[in-house]
Design a protein around this ligand. Structure first.
Ligand code: XMP
Length: 178
């Protein structure tokens, strides 16, 4: 499996992102809202670098189900969305691909009247974005490949890998659902 971003490089980049985040919020309390399930590694490693007041929340929003590498209909579990009124909110997701997931969530969270809303992603796929959404924090720009590891899955496998790798073409092409 081709490793695209090593575990070491991810951890180094998280150090840099944590500095950017702390400099922006300057000790103001924030609520980090992670998008399940792909954000888990990113969120866990990042928040442990933030020595500032932080609340954590998780929401479920998924457009991929099972052994597919193409998005389906977005499903958001509304009952998980926390009370964010007046809070500084940082929405974290694993990857910005078409932007549909984050675009939808940003719209939904803005409706909850947070004091501010910023977006952070570990990865941003080049050349795929359909919605004009500019993340405030971005770990890495990657080419248009289906990637796995460090939270990202294929059919719920590979999330535990400490690096980001490219899913072998044989796996994705034989199991894609049109
Ligand atoms: P959109 O297109 O809405 O996609 O920006 C965001 C969500 O799609 C999933 N996604 C991927 N998952 N490898 C994955 O494991 C990928 O290369 C990939 N591209 C998109 C992911 O759940 C993300 O939150």
């Amino acid at each position: 499996m081709q490793i695209l971003i090593t575990a070491e490089r991810i951890q180094e980049r998280l150090d840099e992102l944590a500095v950017e985040i702390k400099q922006h919020y300057r000790e103001q309390p924030i609520t980090i809202v992670g998008v399940l399930t792909g954000c888990l590694m990113f969120l866990a490693d990042l928040v442990r670098r933030l020595d500032m007041p932080v609340r954590l929340a998780l929401i479920q929003a998924s457009s991929y189900r099972g052994a597919v590498t193409r998005p389906g209909e977005l499903q958001v579990q509304a009952e998980l969305v926390p009370d964010l009124r007046g809070r500084h909110v940082l929405l974290l997701d694993d990857i910005l691909d078409t932007g549909r997931t984050l675009g939808h969530l940003v719209g939904q969270l803005r409706g909850l009247e947070p004091a501010s809303l910023r977006v952070g992603v570990l990865l941003r796929k080049e050349g795929r974005q359909e919605l004009p959404l500019e993340p405030d924090y971005c770990g890495f720009r990657i080419p248009d490949l289906f990637v796995i590891g460090y939270g990202l899955d294929f059919n719920d496998e590979y999330r535990h890998l400490p690096h980001v790798a490219v899913l072998p073409a044989a796996t994705s092409s034989t199991t894609d659902r049109a």
